[in-house]
Design a protein around this ligand. Structure first.
Ligand SMILES: *Cc1c(COP(=O)(O)O)cnc(C)c1O
Length: 362
């Protein structure tokens, strides 16, 4: 039996990246390609670079170490504040980090100084999403200290929206970011390189023409990887959604009668989407919760309907399948962001580069 695998179409990722880069370039914005959704796969990062992103960002140091080793020729950024245990590796591996805590910045500065480097830092500010970032009123006090920290150069401010509470990027909150950046510039008498305005959720604001012109960077993952903006998860024009496709084998096909009446206890997987007690033609597909976040899968085979997932199976109703389904067939699924991350990081899911059948990792 073939293992579950993700087919990765690197040409589609490159084309998606080019679409986003050209859109942003028209508004004076550079794109940092965010690779964490693809678990930092260097081939995906390389496709983004060919598509024109000017830097790469990831939340995980191990991914960035892989990208550094791949020698992609663009600056690398760590998006998540690092563990103190990792500061030496961070300053050695990445060019830039996004930071929110002075104590961490000071440790990065000492580690950078120890190897004769200066480490670039962008300070993250929380403009209402309530995930990471300092509060706006704390900005002057923090940047005063950062400016005095040996081994550190403050190169920008950034915010992250739409992630935790789903707050949308608007002309107002982007304007607030610009004002904060300009206040920092006045205070320290120099221009910041980056005013980094957000992620795939900012694309609608950008294309509506309402993005303040001082915003000069977006950090874009999902729109490049999965072809969607993330405010409403609408397909983004000029991008495709099938750069990543999960495939797994059908291991059983059987017509099942309705579930008998009887005493019922808890179900092992209570989140399974439907009790699925009705009759129908069912396929068992050999991929489950132990492999991937099954809630984020959408069948690409017409007429297939996922009834639920257990640790090792998807239970799929194929009564209305357009093509007959047989044991040994391979079923295909589109992934949402959560499913993508889980599949790409899964030890039981192979990753295949679609064009040459090459195995990227297993
Ligand atoms: C993941 C991440 C991004 C990219 O978000 P997408 O929705 O995938 O575009 C941008 N910025 C930060 C800080 C992130 O952690």
């Amino acid at each position: 039996m073939s293992r579950p695998h993700v087919d990765v179409d690197v040409a589609a990722i490159e084309a998606n990246a080019r679409t986003i880069v050209e859109l942003c370039a028209g508004h004076g914005i550079e794109v940092m390609g965010v690779t964490k959704g693809a678990f930092g796969l260097p081939e995906v990062a390389a496709a983004m670079v060919r598509g024109g992103v000017s830097s790469l960002g990831d939340s995980r140091l191990e991914h960035l170490e892989g990208l550094r080793a791949a020698g992609l020729g663009v600056p690398l950024a760590l998006l998540r504040p690092p563990s103190w245990a990792d500061v030496e590796r961070v300053v050695d591996t990445v060019d830039l980090t996004f930071q929110t805590e002075l104590a961490t910045i000071e440790r990065l500065g000492s580690a950078a100084g120890a190897i004769g480097r200066v480490h670039d830092v962008i300070v993250m500010v929380d403009l209402g999403d309530r995930r990471e970032g300092i509060l706006p009123e704390a900005m002057p006090a923090l940047t005063d200290r950062v400016e005095e920290t040996p081994g550190i150069r403050l190169v920008g401010v950034a915010t992250n929206l739409s992630c935790f509470t789903g707050l949308a990027p608007t002309q107002e909150n982007m304007g607030q970011l610009v004002e904060l950046a300009e206040a920092v510039e006045r205070r320290h008498g120099r221009r910041l390189t980056w005013v980094s305005g957000g992620s795939s959720s900012a694309l609608e604001l950008l294309s509506s023409g309402a993005m303040p012109s001082r915003i000069d960077q977006l950090r874009v993952g999902e729109a490049i990887l999965l072809g969607r903006e993330t405010l409403h998860h609408r397909p983004w024009p000029g991008t495709v959604s099938n750069a990543f496709v999960l495939r797994a084998e059908v291991v059983e096909v059987r017509h099942r009668p309705p579930a008998p009446e009887g005493l019922r206890g808890d179900r092992t997987f209570a989140r399974a989407s439907e009790p699925a007690g009705e009759a129908g033609l069912r396929a068992l597909v050999a991929v489950g919760r132990a492999d991937v976040d099954v809630e984020g899968l959408t069948p690409l085979d017409l007429g297939h309907r996922i009834l639920g997932g257990t640790s090792d199976y998807l239970v799929v109703d194929v009564s209305d399948a357009e093509q007959p389904v047989a044991v040994g067939d391979v079923a295909s699924y589109r992934l949402d962001y959560g499913a993508l991350v889980s599949a790409m990081g899964s030890r039981s899911v192979d990753v295949l580069l679609a064009h040459d059948g090459e195995r990227a990792h297993s």
